[in-house]
Structure formats: structure tokens, C-alpha cells
Design a protein around this ligand. Structure first.
Ligand code: NAP
Ligand code: G4F
Length: 374
């Protein structure tokens, strides 16, 4: 049995990766930072909280890094923890540099000392391409980050390559384009949209306030992307890989896809800060722009070229953006229904899509954990 350690195991990707590795027979350990109340909602929702061994872990504390690496014999180390919200990185630039940049070299150097044979995965990001120098973006595209988050991740990316080249460590960097799911944090634009639309569909009246509607992203499904991470660490040679769908859409288009899945029909009007969307059927305003969500510097266009991952890892995304938007908005709609009416029960045949979990698992998890964060 292989042993894996995942930093950020309570996050979106950490939870899906833990589930994938457990299904493959791994002994899975995960790092959780201290908070006044343990937060394991995503692990609860996947029904795996008790199957993962949780350890106190703080990215910005070198002693915490040393302790877990010294004490846990591990074959694979996945560094997924980060201050991952780009918008917050302008408010927390120094903390973001510590957590997303400096912590990576602390981990690598501790692995070099205690466990040089452990395989290492670094969660790099398409945000490093920023003001893109090439379309589409691949492993060889020049980096031009546009946020303190992007800059910190560039350091993490290059130091991972450097430790591989300097010390022969099996250290790989996954340059992942945006990937989403029903477990996505509610600050990110896709989940903000799907949760807001689900509330409106349940009778809510508050329009969703958004920033730049013209930014374009290459959105995939997180479940596919954690499979790619695992495949990177199964290669004989460590390397860097882009994971992406190769398709790009505006925020407005994603909004339309999610609204359509709820049976809404949107009419768009205005431009820039005056843009709004109205659902023709209900007459409700469902979106308005609020410039407070504009960023000091924007990443206008991301579209990835994942041909190296296709060729070398046999990796391909399986969920297209329309399906992803429908999956997320359906989940939020159902969670709100369950939250509002706990007596609602669907027939056992009426299952949620396989990539979430079955209705029975969903109901039993829900009853164990109380209301999920909706
Ligand atoms: P996420 O949902 O925000 O999860 C981040 C995880 O990191 C959470 O478990 C969080 O713990 C933990 N964490 C944050 N600060 C920490 C600290 N100081 N010490 C210890 N743990 C800390 O992010 P995600 O979407 O799963 O992304 C996973 C990784 O991939 C991140 O490094 C992100 O930057 C990168 N990435 C994500 C995407 C994407 O589209 N999702 C694309 C490219 C790269 P709490 O639960 O306590 O907050
Ligand atoms: O959903 P977002 O916050 O994701 P962003 O900035 O692309 O970052 C995500 O993907 C990166 C990979 O490229 C990861 F490394 C990172 O950790 C994170 O997972 O914003 C997407 C776009 C931006 O252009 C933003 O300006 O949506 C635009 N947007 C418009 N209105 C908004 C909003 N974003 C958010 N979060 N909230 C809004 O109201």
C-alpha cells in the first residue's frame, strides 16, 4: 500500500484527490490548518472524513512542515494548500508570498533532507501566464503574472523545477487551468454564479453582483484534474504538465449556461459597469455589475494547450463547460431544496450524476453532517 500526504486536503482539489487515492488503495494523510472549529465539509460530503488521517499543518510554519515530513513515511507528497483566491492576494500580498511561494521551498528542502525519494507534486497555475504571451498557453509559454498570487506561484513553480534539476528529486509541477465542481469555494466566480442562481430559482430576489464579465477562462472539472496530478507522479521521470480543456468562455457565457440549466432565459443589456441580465420568464433582474469586483490588474484570456499531458500521461478532460455549469447549479439547487425541506426524499433511482455521488450517499452524508455549506 502506498502512502500519500496531501496539504490542503480540506480544499476542493484536496478532497477529490483524497477520494481518488483512497479508491486506489492508498493510505491517505492530509494536512489541516488550525481553526477554532475543524472544517471538513468537503471530506464529509464525499463520505471520506474518517478514512483520511488528518494532521495539524500550517504552510507558513517551518516546524509544522518539518514535523509531518519527519514523522510520516510517505511515497507521494501533493502540495495543494495555498491562499488560492486571486482577488484576496492584493489585500494579503505578504502572506500570499509566504504561503504560496516560500512554503514550497521549505517543503522541498525538508523532503530533500528527510525523504529524498518521496515524489512531490506542486500545484502551479495558469494564473502564472497572466498577460498571455502566446495563445494557447503551454509548458513553454513565457510567464507574465498579473497578481501577487500569480507572482508567488511563479516562485513555487521555478523552485520545483530547480530542486528537480539540482538534486534529482522527483518533483513535478502541474500547470492547471481553472477547474471547478460543486465543491468549489463560494468566492470563485463559477460557484458564486451557480449558488446565486439557485437562490434566485428558489424564490430569492437579490441579483448576483459581479465584476469583469468579459474575462475568458478555460474551465474544466476538478475530478478530472486530480486524476492528472496522480498520473504525473506515476511517471518514471518528473516533469511539468499543463492540464486544460483547450476551450475558453467569458464569464457571461458561463452565467448563461448555468441559467439555461435552471430553465431561465436571459436578456442582457448595458455594457461595462452598467451591464445587467434579466430572466425573461420571471422578470427578475439576476445579475448586475458592481465595479468593486474589478481587479487592479486582470487576466483577460486563458486557454490551455494540454497536448503534452494527452501524449505522455494519456490524460483527457471528460466534462465540457456546459455540463460543468449544469452539474454545479443542479447541486446548489438540490442542496438548497434539502436545506429548506429536509423531508424531501427522492426515489433511489433518481440519482445525482455519478461524478457527484448517489442520492443515498448524499442523503446519508447530509444527515451525518447537518447542513452542508450552501
Ligand atoms: P482551495 O479550495 O482554496 O483549497 C486550499 C486549501 O489550502 C484548503 O484546504 C485550505 O485550508 C488550505 N490552506 C490555505 N492556507 C493554508 C495555510 N496557511 N496552511 C495550511 N493550509 C492552508 O483551493 P483548490 O481550488 O483546491 O486549489 C488547490 C491548489 O491548486 C491551490 O494551491 C491552488 O492555488 C491551485 N490551483 C487551483 C486551480 C483551480 O482552478 N482550482 C487552478 C490552478 C491551481 P482551509 O480549508 O482551512 O481554508
Ligand atoms: O473565479 P475566479 O476568482 O478565478 P481566477 O482568478 O481565474 O483564479 C482561479 O483559477 C486560477 C487558475 O487560473 C487558480 F490558480 C486560482 O487559485 C483560482 O482557482 O475569477 C475568474 C474571472 C476573473 O477574471 C475575475 O475578474 O472571473 C472574473 N470575475 C468577474 N466577477 C469575478 C467576479 N471573479 C470573482 N471571484 N468574483 C466576481 O464577482
Amino acid at each position: 500500500m502506498k502512502t500519500a500526504f496531501i496539504t490542503g486536503v480540506t480544499g476542493q482539489d484536496g478532497a477529490y484527490l483524497a477520494k481518488l487515492l483512497l479508491d486506489k488503495g492508498y493510505d491517505v494523510h492530509g494536512g489541516v490548518r488550525r481553526s477554532s472549529q475543524p472544517e471538513t465539509t468537503r471530506l464529509d460530503l464525499l463520505g471520506i472524513t474518517n478514512a483520511v488521517t488528518l494532521h495539524d499543518f500550517e504552510l507558513t510554519e517551518p516546524n509544522s512542515i518539518s514535523r509531518v515530513i519527519r514523522d510520516i513515511p510517505m511515497d507521494e507528497f501533493y502540495n495543494l494548500a495555498a491562499q488560492s483566491f486571486v482577488g484576496a492576494s492584493w489585500e494579503l500580498p505578504v502572506y500570499t508570498a509566504d504561503a504560496d511561494g516560500m512554503a514550497v521551498v521549505k517543503i522541498l528542502d525538508t523532503l530533500r533532507t528527510f525523504r529524498p525519494e518521496t515524489r512531490f507534486y506542486q500545484a502551479s497555475t495558469s494564473e502564472m501566464f497572466g498577460l498571455v504571451q502566446e495563445v494557447p498557453q503551454s509548458e513553454t509559454t513565457r510567464l507574465y503574472p498579473r497578481s501577487p498570487y500569480g507572482v508567488a506561484k511563479v516562485y513555487g513553480h521555478y523552485i520545483t523545477m530547480n530542486y528537480r534539476e539540482s538534486f534529482g528529486m522527483h518533483a513535478s509541477s502541474g500547470i492547471l487551468f481553472n477547474h471547478e465542481s460543486p465543491l468549489r469555494g463560494t468566492d470563485f466566480v463559477t460557484r458564486k454564479i451557480t449558488l446565486g442562481l439557485a437562490k434566485l430559482a428558489h424564490g430569492g430576489a437579490t441579483p448576483i453582483e459581479l465584476g469583469n464579465m468579459d474575462a475568458k477562462r478555460d474551465w474544466g472539472y476538478a475530478g478530472d484534474y486530480v486524476e492528472g496530478m496522480w498520473r504525473m507522479l506515476q511517471q518514471d521521470q518528473a516533469d511539468d504538465y499543463v492540464l486544460a480543456t483547450g476551450e475558453t468562455f467569458t464569464i457571461r457565457q458561463f452565467f448563461d449556461f448555468a441559467a439555461e440549466a435552471l430553465g431561465m432565459q436571459l436578456e442582457w443589456a448595458g455594457t461595462g459597469p452598467d451591464e445587467i441580465a434579466v430572466d425573461v420568464k420571471s422578470g427578475k433582474r439576476v445579475m448586475q455589475v458592481n465595479p468593486k469586483f474589478y481587479r487592479p490588474a486582470e487576466v483577460d484570456l486563458l486557454i490551455g494547450d494540454a497536448s503534452k499531458a494527452h501524449r505522455k500521461l494519456g490524460w483527457r478532460p471528460t466534462v465540457a463547460v456546459k455540463e460543468l455549469a449544469a452539474m454545479m447549479v443542479q447541486f446548489d439547487y438540490d442542496m438548497l431544496a434539502l436545506h429548506r425541506s429536509p423531508q424531501i426524499s427522492k426515489s433511489p433511482d433518481d440519482q445525482l450524476p455519478h461524478y457527484i455521488w448517489t442520492q443515498d450517499e448524499f442523503a446519508s452524508q447530509h444527515s451525518q453532517t447537518g447542513s452542508a455549506r450552501c
